[in-house]
Design a protein around this ligand. Sequence first.
Ligand code: GRF
Length: 211
Amino acid sequence: MSSFRIAVFASGQGSNCRAIHDAIVNGKLNAEIALIVSNNPDAGVLAWAFENGLTHICIASEQFEDKKQFHETLLKTLALHRIQMIVLAGYMKKIGLPLIEAYPNKILNIHPALLPAFGGKGMYGEHVHKAIIDYGAKITGVTVHLVDPEYDHGAIVMQKVLEVSDNDTPQTLAERVLALEHQTYYQAVQLFAENKVIVQDRKVFLSKNIL
Ligand code: GRF
């Protein structure tokens, strides 16, 4: 079993979490999903984690008296499971500073567009794909980036592109982009698992040496 222990944070169906799990099972990603965290007790990802025997927990800030207690509990839980990297996969809550400070350059997110275009607050799900079609953009894609205190702003680790066709609707685009996310996200996580990522300011470089 791999020693690179990740926590996947998800609020919905968790198809990206499943794709990461598949990549691990198929030997394409040398990591272990040591914990799945959701803020939504009804999230499909929690039911899937239960069925597949993966360690999971629902922690929502609303359960706590204040944000401080919420973050303390979250950080203790992550430490208990010896988490080395947090992978956001459709987690619908802004990540607070205590987490960003505890995991510097070790929190990843995937966004269903080519940042910095079509990102920021309110740009999630079909809002993104509708905005792309309404704008008349000819290309779109996926962005994997590090998380900093601003929405969809941290250093970019990986981007992949696909063409928008004249016949695309927000729904067809969403399907094609999601499929591309599934092919992309585990590759970015693997770079961290191999300790290949060097971050300087907001630029990400890949070291040639496998450490
Ligand atoms: C994905 O489109 C991802 O880019 C965004 O949220 C969605 C999550 O989908 N951050 P899923 O729950 O992984 O299927």
